[in-house]
Design a protein around this ligand. Structure first.
Ligand code: SF4
Length: 174
């Protein structure tokens, strides 16, 4: 990964959503953008934690055809819960302005915590919860985010989404 590349802005609960992303999303534009960002994260990009709308929210414009929930208070509360539980799993306090990378150790730690339920307090009331539970139960086999293998150099492959050009779950709240 180019060390001078700009950091990817992610809000708190999206630190969890990228763990289970399998190529589904609100709209084709949202899903394509998320697939690209997940590929970039897997190549070693730095995440900068932000409060509020982030790089994944960007395609959710007022005319995108689904409810734009990015500024809702309950979504901000989900961010706070996510930062608390992810920070606990990683042994550090996470807050807006902090940076992290999804290296192999971080990814394994967060996915283990997701699978055993330690991160799921952040997922309360999310319509994607059953999907993400199933993804974790399957060992994240279908999940796109893969940490860069040690010593193999950056994997800059951008995986194209496999969804159909229709909304997968237009009323979901991630
Ligand atoms: S259940 Fe919702 S908030 Fe939790 S990881 Fe899945 S999409 Fe993200």
């Amino acid at each position: 990964m180019n060390p001078s590349a700009p950091a990817i802005a992610l809000r708190g609960h999206h630190l969890l959503c990228v763990l289970t992303f399998c190529g589904h999303g609100y709209t084709p534009a949202f899903t394509a953008n998320m697939a690209h960002i997940v590929a970039v994260l897997g190549s070693g990009a730095t995440v900068r934690i932000v409060a509020g709308a982030d790089a994944l929210c960007a395609p959710l414009t007022p005319d995108c055809g689904v409810e734009v929930h990015c500024a809702r208070a309950d979504v901000a509360a989900r961010d706070r819960r996510a930062l608390a539980v992810a920070g606990a799993a990683l042994g550090r306090r996470l807050k807006a302005g902090d940076s992290l990378r999804f290296d192999a150790a971080t990814l394994a730690t967060l996915r283990a915590a997701f699978a055993d339920g330690r991160l799921r307090a952040a997922c309360t009331a999310c319509p994607w919860a059953d999907f993400c539970t199933a993804t974790a139960a399957a060992g994240f086999a279908g999940a796109r985010l893969r940490a860069e293998p040690d010593g193999d150099g950056p994997d800059k492959t951008v995986h194209e989404p496999t969804y159909s050009l229709e909304h997968d779950t237009p009323d979901a709240d991630s």
